[in-house]
Design a protein around this ligand. Structure first.
Ligand code: FES
Length: 192
């Protein structure tokens, strides 16, 4: 040992190695943070990745695709993204659309009785589960043959919005505000 050197201090080469290891550890940590953090930040900044608020209007078809008085069933889809995967065709719900001139009515296919899917049969909508029966305007109707209509209210109508189609000046884009409603009660109350 050299005269005057403190024996509790590590030799200079050990101190250098420690500094290097510390630098290496911090560097690896920073690289990991950048690898995980930057994509996460970009993901959150992109407006397409923000969750769609419930009850937003969704584009479903064009007016020109609908025939006068002829019900058409369409699915409402949305893009759902989780951390690693994009699900481009998540089905949110299904609707019946019926065109009346230049206006469109929309009803959820979900029966207001107990939630089965309502079918279109001739000049009526009929629920296959318990004979819930409705006119093409969604009003409760007599199922006939002495049967009882168990639906507690009319079909659940949805808000529709028509906007000009960019590629066809005379056409309209049909938007529907999709909502689910509480079943088996007279009042039409949206689920939250
Ligand atoms: S679920 Fe539709 S009539 Fe019962």
């Amino acid at each position: 040992m050299t005269h005057g050197q403190d024996s509790s201090l590590p030799p200079p080469e050990h101190a250098g190695r420690r500094r290097f290891l510390k630098w290496l550890t911090n560097g690896i940590g920073a690289a990991f943070a950048a690898t995980l953090g930057v994509p996460a930040l970009l993901y959150l900044l992109d407006p397409r990745n923000r969750p769609t608020p419930a009850g937003d209007f969704r584009q479903v078809t064009k007016l020109s695709e609908l025939k006068e008085g002829q019900p058409v069933a369409l699915t409402i889809k949305e893009v759902r993204r989780d951390v690693w995967t994009i699900h481009p065709n998540d089905i949110v719900g299904r609707v019946w659309l019926i065109r009346r001139g230049d206006t469109v009515k929309a009803f959820t296919v979900t029966c207001p009785h107990l939630g089965c899917s309502i079918n279109h049969e001739g000049d009526r909508f009929v629920c296959p589960c318990h004979n819930g029966t409705f006119t093409l305007d969604g009003k409760r109707a007599d199922p006939g043959a002495g049967r009882r209509n168990p639906a507690p209210r009319d079909m659940d109508e949805l808000e529709v919005r028509l906007t000009p189609a960019a590629d066809a000046p005379n056409d309209r884009i049909v938007w529907v505000k999709y909502q689910a409603f509480i079943q088996n009660q007279e009042a039409k109350v949206a689920r939250r």
